[in-house]
Design a protein around this ligand. Structure first.
Ligand code: PLP
Length: 295
């Protein structure tokens, strides 16, 4: 991609990222009154774009906003933005905020013009499946709000939790509540015991993860039993494997939890198998139009 001079999208036009300007009165800035998506792009093609667009509309509806674009319009905007950034592999961050207003009023006024902002950035480094190192995670009590199913930019607890994880050399902080697993600060968490994959049910407490939905399908296709239900902490702590999944880090193996080994402490056989299927899936759909998928 066109690093170090990336091109962004602001409202209705391309703009050099370093020249993009948003009002300090924007409610996204003042109240975190905004929602967002992160879409991975492989070989110039946005991945799971339909799913990201429908989750964006779901988040907008949950905060009382109308969709700002159809999926086809988003596909056209992303095509322009991806091309402007040199195509290839990257991720697109896109945010829709309520817009700017003069004066301070928590209650949402009528007639605001949403701010639409998107930029491209490099994806984190990926290893070939068989060389992927295990990562470590810590747990901590849930302390976020009651609508974690909305992909809101109100992320302070996530930011502080992830920073706490980084301070002890861990990659992710996993939230636990009332003896059950929720999710990571920026990822979905899945648990493997024997030949069964356990996925927390999608309540208001966790984000409906686009990558997790695909991983669960691929795991079922690989012959794992899938249980979508509340996941007790004891199951997490006695897991054979723990998987972390997000759009920019699809399916990573967590091999240490709170400083203790997960299972054998090495990358699991089920993980490797499903990760290879994930990589194959990405290759298989690379040449399809952005809004087409296999499922
Ligand atoms: C809190 C949280 N949960 C789960 C996820 C995973 O969602 P997705 O797979 O759609 O990236 C994310 C991604 O950023 C997240 O921030």
């Amino acid at each position: 991609m066109a690093d170090p001079h990336p091109i962004a999208w602001l409202n209705d036009a391309l703009v050099p990222l370093k020249e993009a300007r948003i009002s300090p009165l924007d409610r996204g800035f003042l109240y975190a009154d905004s929602v967002y998506e992160v879409v991975p792009v492989y070989e110039g093609r946005p991945f799971l774009l339909v799913e990201h667009c429908s989750r964006l509309d779901r988040s907008l509806a949950a905060i009382g906003m109308e969709p700002v674009h159809t999926a086809s319009e988003w596909a056209a905007i992303l095509a322009i933005l991806i091309a402007a950034n040199g195509s290839g592999d990257m991720y697109i961050y896109l945010q829709v905020s309520r817009g700017a207003q003069y004066g301070r009023n928590h209650a949402v006024p009528d007639g605001l013009e949403p701010t639409i902002f998107a930029f491209a950035a490099p994806l984190p480094e990926e290893y070939p499946a068989q060389d992927t190192p295990g990562i470590s995670a810590i747990t901590q009590p849930e302390w976020r709000w009651g609508r974690c199913d909305i992909k809101s930019t109100s992320l302070l607890p996530n930011v502080l939790s992830k920073t706490q994880a980084a301070a002890v050399g861990a990659t992710e902080a996993i939230f636990l509540a009332d003896g059950f697993l929720h999710e990571g600060s920026s990822s979905a968490i899945l648990v493997i015991k024997g030949d069964t994959l356990y996925a927390p049910e999608e309540t208001n407490a966790i984000l409906p993860s686009t990558s997790r939905a695909l991983v669960v399908k691929l795991a079922a296709a690989a012959g794992l039993s899938v249980v979508v239900a509340p996941v007790p902490v004891e199951l997490l702590r006695s897991a054979d494997e723990i998987w972390m999944s997000s759009a920019t880090r699809p399916l990573m193996p967590i091999t240490r939890l709170d400083g203790l080994r997960v299972g054998s402490g090495t990358v699991g056989a089920h993980w490797l198998q499903v990760r290879q299927r994930f990589d194959q899936y990405r290759r298989d759909i690379a040449s399809l139009p952005a809004l087409a998928g296999r499922n």
